[in-house]
Design a protein around this ligand. Structure first.
Ligand SMILES: Cc1cc2nc3c(=O)[nH]c(=O)nc-3n(C[C@H](O)[C@H](O)[C@H](O)COP(=O)(O)OP(=O)(O)OC[C@H]3O[C@@H](n4cnc5c(N)ncnc54)[C@H](O)[C@@H]3O)c2cc1C
Length: 472
């Protein structure tokens, strides 16, 4: 079978869907969106039962369809903040977004289809249900919406060996397996491990029964600083603190001291150096709960789990049959190196503004729809890789701010930013009469130019062997 299409988009996760949604809203084109999974939604199809978005639903998803109702939660750890969808809600939402796209008549979605590669002038797909290969003739571009494909616990292979009699489960199986254990060892430093620890504490497991194996300590944002709409002033205040710290920092250590002193970033254990930064956020209540866990193993990455011991890079820890090990070591966001986003015949979806994957994918759809010249598009949308360590922060922020300055001289982008639900700063103009917002905006504008210069210098001096070693 030969399929013809203007765009072949590989990957129907949040990025692929947000890109296609923005593209077909702006251009009269035909799109074929494929995914090897059984439905659109990407890694959310394998999410653990108690996962939620870590950011508000208000600016997650695709541009044309709201997620949730912009409610402010009145109970629970998210009290006072904008609602955050559960994994199930995100899955349903992407299912709905996909059927709306199909109904435009411009989009064909093929699930359980895998992109195999290129053959002569056509792209090849394999129908995973039949094994048959199909050719696709692409008139415009192949869009790689899986370059930053997420790695999640349910589907990744742990990077450590597990003895047959050791009890190790992915976080997805924690609720079912929890009753059969008396103690728990949570493996991993990131947000998934945070969720596992929080779930245990919320389910009345005493902190003394939880051990946390953390190869690195992490920095987190406070959720209060990422609230949109009526609370958008907090985002501006946070960004102004970033800019001030960036403009004044001597080096990376000094930068993070400033960010912590201003309350912009928090770490669980204030007495330990933290080297990891993944852009995730916590509430004050989550932070207080996590601080109760005192049995923290800091001996590097796990190499092997045996029935009675955990072998790590820098030592061993005792374990036993009564202990359930919870694997939270999947990488999550992929740290692929930057590559030009707009290439001949190809678009490689990546981050442009930091920490906002659906926003970026949608912006790339808009830019693709309204410009012909790849050099111009790349200037407006340079890639900005996901951060993993504190040494990535200077480049991540300076790239964001330099790029945002370029957007300001592009009327179509300015208009889109003012209207897009995915833009977390969308409501800022409505709050400029608020003296606190005025102060934050003024502070940001005072420091951002110097911050860009300073952070670029720190980034260059920080890309030493030592910094790379920490990064690795
Ligand atoms: C647990 C978790 C929570 C998160 N919460 C938030 C949040 O609150 N806010 C936020 O902004 N971001 C969040 N993120 C980050 C990011 O927004 C999401 O991970 C987002 O869903 C990523 O979507 P994606 O499309 O880039 O990747 P994926 O969801 O991984 O989608 C890639 C798709 O490509 C498909 N694919 C790969 N290769 C092929 C091939 N050869 N042929 C066909 N298909 C292929 C895969 O099957 C997959 O479905 C979170 C991430 C995780 C892991």
């Amino acid at each position: 079978m030969l399929i013809t299409t203007d765009y072949l988009v590989v990957g129907a996760g949040a990025s692929g869907l947000a890109f296609v949604d923005a593209l077909v809203a702006e251009a009269d084109v035909e799109v074929t969106l494929i995914d090897r999974r059984r439905a659109p939604g990407g890694h959310w199809l394998h999410a653990y039962p108690f996962v939620r978005l870590h950011s508000p639903s208000a600016y997650y998803g695709v541009n044309s369809l709201p997620l949730g109702e912009d409610r402010i939660d009145q109970v629970g750890e998210n009290t006072g903040y904008y609602e955050r969808a559960t994994g199930e809600e995100v899955r349903d939402y992407f299912g709905l977004a996909a059927s709306r796209l199909t109904r435009t008549g411009q989009v064909r979605i093929l699930t359980e289809h895998e992109h195999v590669g290129q053959r002569a002038d056509t792209e090849q797909l394999r129908d995973l249900r039949t094994g048959l290969l199909h050719d696709v003739s692409v008139h415009r571009k192949v869009v790689d919406a899986r370059y930053l494909e997420a790695s999640v616990p349910a589907t990744h292979a742990p990077a450590f060996a597990i003895a047959s009699d050791a009890r190790v489960v992915p976080i997805n199986d924690l609720p079912a397996a929890a009753r059969s254990a008396s103690c728990y060892t949570v493996l991993g430093s990131g947000k998934t491990a945070v969720d596992a620890c929080t779930w245990l504490l919320d389910n009345d497991v005493e902190p003394e029964r939880i051990r946390w194996v953390r190869p690195r300590d992490a920095w987190f944002h406070h959720r209060a600083d990422f609230q949109p709409l009526e609370q958008v002033g907090a985002i501006m205040a946070g960004l102004s603190l970033d800019a001030e710290a960036g403009a004044q920092a001597e080096d990376v250590d000094d930068l993070f001291e400033r960010l912590e002193a201003s309350g912009r970033l928090v770490r669980i254990d204030r007495s330990r150096p933290a080297t990891m930064y993944r852009g995730t956020m916590l509430s004050g209540r989550e932070l207080d709960a996590l601080r109760q866990i005192e049995d923290v193993v800091r001996l590097g990455h796990v190499r092997r789990i045996e029935s009675d011991r955990i072998v790590l890079e820098q030592g061993e820890a005792r374990t036993g049959p009564e202990i359930l090990h919870v694997d939270c070591t999947a990488l999550g966001l992929r740290n692929a190196p930057a590559t030009p986003i707009f290439q001949p015949g190809r678009i490689v979806l990546q981050q442009v503004r930091h920490n906002t994957p659906p926003f970026n994918a949608a912006l790339l759809g808009l830019v693709e729809a309204h410009r012909d010249d790849d050099a111009e598009k790349n200037k407006l949308c340079p890639p900005n890789p996901y951060a993993s360590s504190i040494h990535d922060w200077p480049q991540m922020m300076s790239r964001t701010w330099r790029t945002e300055q370029r957007w300001l001289s592009e009327p179509d982008i300015v208009t889109w930013l003012a209207e897009s639900r995915l833009n977390l700063l969308r409501a800022l103009p409505d709050h400029l009469a608020d003296p606190l917002v005025q102060m934050a905006t003024q502070r940001f504008l005072t420091h951002v130019g110097a911050a860009i210069e300073r952070l670029e210098q720190i980034d260059e001096s920080g890309s030493s062997d030592a910094a790379r070693a920490v990064h690795a």
